[in-house]
Design a protein around this ligand. Structure first.
Ligand code: SF4
Ligand code: SF4
Length: 497
């Protein structure tokens, strides 16, 4: 017995059955206009009834089909961690006649997908047979109907698809619809139901190529980190590896695999402890799950810099743009030190505001998290309203002149990563006693100005680009080493007395 039924019976005990049943029917009657859209001949919709619950739709006494709410049948959490409530109708031949989302808390549907886009997605289900399985994207396969996904909302689309098709099958069987359609069809349906893996497993199987390429990329990065002392002594090689890696991050992680992390992930994670943590919710997107796992490890070992300097697609885009600007000899500008360190505070204030909002409403926080241009650039590939596009392009253009402007001053995600990094274990960025006093060579070279005038590295701001380490080992640049080298050379030249 479902919680919903328990509540109904409880009310029934208090108020009498005659009060309860119409109350249930009213809910479906509230949606009669939609039901009429699914079944134009309909003049009546019955009560939600049965297990799982569905409501019959009539023309006079003639049964036309059934309607049901997907979350009454399958409580599958979507990206937001909450189920999506969709009203689905199908006729007596087992063909879908209508699909409408009634309620959801999906951030991407709020800000990234237009009403028409959603309607277009839902319309693809019209006429789909209950015995067919529906797959999103990819090549055609026998026994499957292939539909287009929702651009930028792949997880939401997967959950919608699973709840619509699985829900419909369960109801078709519960209502005996399949027996009236012949043995063969029933067998097909039973077979399909036997395939009900947990959703996250289905997604992981579908994305095996992306998972393998991501894991290989992370392994390469791990090797770079482990071999960093050797690599910094080979600056040309390091420079090539780093440029190649940044291009991989932008094109594969960001543009192709849509695995740009977001402060929304952080807020959802924190919220999950309040509203019920579930591994399945986080495993539903394998790319984000693996990336976050890796980031969590590197945060504790090396600090936030590994993600920001190597794995963030937006950070990598800015860095590459700045290099292009330098190649084009565009002028660059820097804020005075006193302004620069004060501007750091902005990102923490944004993070605090978003965190406060998320405690009130995650959906609202997600709207304001649009301060991140990530969704516009990577998730939606600039396919959205011009205001968002201008904002993202504006930030990217600034990075041609000011290195990683967004990262340094605005990024709430970067700010959130500084907290766990406080517990980091390794401190592999070397300094000399001369750093800061009197030498300030690395300080002026640091891509994000994370080296303080006193010579210490501010790990909260460091992006682990390793530039300062290259200088650290450079006997032609690092003054104490230059001094030593010169002494050695003088000594070598001195004729033996
Ligand atoms: S500061 Fe933000 S945008 Fe910059 S690299 Fe880090 S997470 Fe990416
Ligand atoms: S130059 Fe050094 S301190 Fe600056 S971001 Fe790179 S590794 Fe960090």
């Amino acid at each position: 017995m479902s919680a919903r039924q328990l509540i109904q019976y409880w009310f029934a005990a208090l108020l009498g059955l005659s009060v309860v049943l119409p109350a249930v029917a009213v809910e479906m009657s509230d949606h009669f206009a939609l039901v009429k859209g699914y079944f134009p001949q309909a003049d009546k919709v019955g009560e939600l009834d049965g297990q799982p619950p569905s409501a019959p739709v009539y023309q006079g006494d003639h049964l036309l089909g059934y309607v049901f709410f997907t979350d009454d049948v399958i409580k599958m959490p979507a990206y937001s961690g909450k189920p999506i409530r969709t009203l689905v109708g199908f006729d007596m031949k087992g063909l879908i006649t209508g699909v409408t989302i009634i309620h959801h808390e999906e951030p991407i549907l709020v800000t990234g997908v237009t009403e028409q886009g959603l309607q277009k997605y839902n319309n693809q289900y019209l006429g789909v047979d209950v015995s067919k399985r529906v797959k999103i994207g990819g090549s055609e396969r026998p026994g499957y109907k292939t539909i287009d996904g929702l651009s930028g909302a792949s997880i939401t689309a997967i959950v919608l698809n699973a709840t619509i098709t699985r829900g419909m099958r369960e109801i078709a069987i519960a209502r005996g619809l399949m027996t009236s359609q012949g043995k063969k069809k029933q067998e097909t349906v039973q077979e399909s139901l036997g395939d009900l893996y947990p959703l996250w497993q289905v997604v992981w199987q579908e994305r095996v190529f992306k998972i393998v390429v991501l894991c290989l990329g992370l392994f390469v990065l791990l090797m770079i980190l482990i071999l960093q002392d050797w690599l910094v002594a080979h600056p040309t090689l390091l420079e090539r590896i780093r440029t190649g890696y940044l291009i991989y991050t932008v094109t594969f992680i960001g543009w192709y695999a849509l695995a740009q992390l977001s402060v929304v992930n952080v807020l959802t994670f924190i919220n999950s402890f309040v509203h019920g943590f579930s591994w399945e919710n986080f495993m539903i997107d394998p790319m984000l799950f693996i990336l976050w796992g890796f980031v969590a490890m590197t945060l504790l070992l090396w600090g936030r810099g590994v993600y920001c300097g190597w794995l963030c697609p937006f950070g990598a885009t800015q860095e590459l743009l700045f290099r292009i600007g330098a190649k084009l000899k565009l002028p660059s500008f820097e804020f005075p030190e006193a302004v620069h360190v004060r501007l750091w505070a902005i990102k923490y204030l944004i993070l605090l505001a978003l965190f406060g909002l998320s405690m009130q409403s995650l959906v609202m926080a997600e709207r304001y998290a649009e301060v991140e241009p990530f969704k516009t650039v990577f998730t939606l590939h600039f396919q959205r309203e011009w205001g968002y596009i201008l904002y993202a392009l504006g930030l990217l253009s600034i990075s041609l002149f000011n290195r990683k402007f967004y990262c340094r001053y605005v990024c709430a995600l970067g700010a959130s990563l500084t907290f766990p990094a406080k517990f980091r274990i390794f401190d592999w960025l070397r300094r000399r006693k001369e750093c800061g006093r009197p030498c300030r060579t690395c300080e002026t070279e640091c891509e994000v100005r994370a080296i303080q005038p006193t010579g210490e590295i501010n790990v909260n701001e460091c992006h682990y680009c390793l530039d300062c380490q290259v200088t650290y080992w450079n006997a032609y640049k690092c003054p104490p080493l230059v001094e030593k080298r010169k002494r050695r050379e003088r000594f070598a030249k001195t004729p033996e007395s």
